[in-house]
Design a protein around this ligand. Structure first.
Ligand code: CTP
Length: 432
């Protein structure tokens, strides 16, 4: 990290640009917490500065001209030294997508921490003019706006502390450190939640994950905005982004409890999970089931109502399929508890994704051993015969092949077949 910042400082100095690290990276490092993303704000043109950084670090530069921001993703040499850099072919893409504003692009950083990819987001100091409640901010004057002006448009005082990269000095123009020390979330102006209701989610996320409280005025402004239904005016995509961020946090249960207390969950048609459920998911995730990029989805399954999975959140087709399958399976859960035959267990579980299996194992502890057995044993059982053998037996190629091979597999799962010879004998009997 330091090595990277030194390089950035040198580029800024050479080009006579004032550059600062802002937001979570400074906040979290002052709290002694690790933060994976780096946000840089420059007094001047952030997109041009992004290009300068790309020359030094290589990688992919995405420019968002509407917000005059850029984000540079590059590969590091090894994962143990997160910011050891390598030079790759520079590449520039341009994005006008408003939903992917500077507010949401950082979601990638946590996932990237697991790989060798790193992202630096670069913004230009700016003022913002809001078009209307819950809409994305229209960026006003981009150039020539001072750091102080830029900080005033931000969400909470604790997110306005900056690091002057060149001077290696903390600048705290809006008393952020005082609130950081007092563990308080404080908005910068009374219209903050009205201008951007995603800040309600952010306030509760920071409160939950940092163990902070909303200071009284901020709390009543948030409650007032919730009461007025401002959250529901956000697009389902923006609500989803916030929910995903929350579910990716280690302190997700605490944050959801706060959301429940503030009435956010009820408004969105979501439920507070039982304390035991998330603990059980945590444990099962560590146990056996392959890691996935969508672990957050397992927790999401714990807060939605399968019958009506919230109209305020956007879901993909695939996610809806999973939710629907679980809804159907809920009715046959008791039968799954009593089923003993491996082939029957296999038939019920084989078309479910890892996330669904993990959820069932966590929500229905009685089924956990069956699911583990399915994952570790049944799913690994392979036949010694294949379509080629069916062809040699003179069976016409078609969907029947799959059906026949499944029948052999079920018999093998139930311990009726041991060798290739027995499998062939079995299939002959089935066909003839
Ligand atoms: N910001 C804001 N209003 C928002 C979103 C972001 O004012 N609705 C500002 C804040 O100053 C924030 C910075 O943009 O610190 C960067 O935002 P983001 O990366 O989303 O969050 P972080 O504060 O960095 O925190 P974390 O990485 O933990 O989400």
């Amino acid at each position: 990290m330091e090595e990277t910042l030194d390089k950035i400082a040198a580029i800024a100095k050479k080009n006579n640009i004032k550059a600062y690290v802002v937001g979570g990276a400074v906040r979290d490092s002052l709290l002694g917490r690790k933060d994976f993303g780096v946000d840089i704000t420059v007094e001047g043109d952030g997109m041009a500065f992004g290009k300068m950084l790309q020359k030094e670090f290589g990688g992919l530069l995405c420019q968002h001209s509407k917000f005059k921001t850029a984000s540079l993703t590059f590969t590091t040499l090894c994962s143990s030294k997160p910011f050891a850099l390598c030079h790759s072919e520079p590449f520039i893409c341009h994005s006008e997508r408003s939903e992917e504003s500077q507010h949401t692009i950082h979601d990638k950083s946590r996932e990237e921490s697991l790989s060798n990819k790193k992202t630096i987001d670069i913004a230009s100091c700016r003022k913002e003019k809001y078009l209307g409640i819950a809409e994305l901010p229209e960026v006003g004057i981009c150039h020539g706006v001072s750091l102080q002006e830029d900080l005033k448009r931000r969400d909470f005082t604790i997110n306005t502390i900056v690091l002057d990269i060149e001077a290696k000095k903390i600048i705290d123009l809006l008393d952020g450190r005082k609130d950081l020390d007092s563990k308080l979330i404080r908005v910068l102006h009374p219209k903050s939640f009205v201008d951007d209701p995603t800040r309600i989610f952010r306030a509760l996320r920071f409160a939950g994950k940092l163990g902070f409280e909303l200071e009284p005025v901020t709390k009543s402004l948030a409650l007032d905005a919730i009461k007025k239904g401002l959250i529901k005016k956000l697009s389902p995509k923006r609500i989803r982004d916030q929910i995903v961020l929350i579910l990716k946090e280690y302190e997700r249960q605490k944050i959801l409890e706060l959301m429940h207390q503030f009435g956010v969950l009820t408004q969105l048609g979501l439920k507070l999970p039982e304390d035991k459920l998330f603990k059980s998911i945590d444990k099962n995730l560590k146990l056996a089931i392959r890691p996935s990029d969508h672990q957050w989805f397992v927790y999401l399954l714990g807060i939605i109502n399968f019958e009506n999975p919230s109209e305020f959140i956007v879901f993909t087709r695939l996610e809806l399929q999973k939710i629907e399958r679980l809804h159907k399976l809920e009715t046959s859960i008791t039968s799954l508890e009593t089923i003993k035959k491996p082939s029957e267990v296999y038939k019920l579980l084989n078309n479910l994704s890892n996330e669904e299996l993990l959820f069932i194992a966590s929500a229905y502890p009685k089924l956990k051993s069956k699911i583990l057995k399915f994952l570790k044993v049944y799913q690994k059982v392979k036949l010694n015969i294949s379509g080629k053998d069916l062809k040699q037996l003179g069976i016409k190629k078609g969907p029947l092949y799959k059906e026949l091979l499944s029948v052999v597999l079920y018999a093998k799962l139930d311990g009726k077949l041991q060798s290739r010879k027995e499998e062939l004998e079995f299939i002959k009997k089935e066909v003839l």
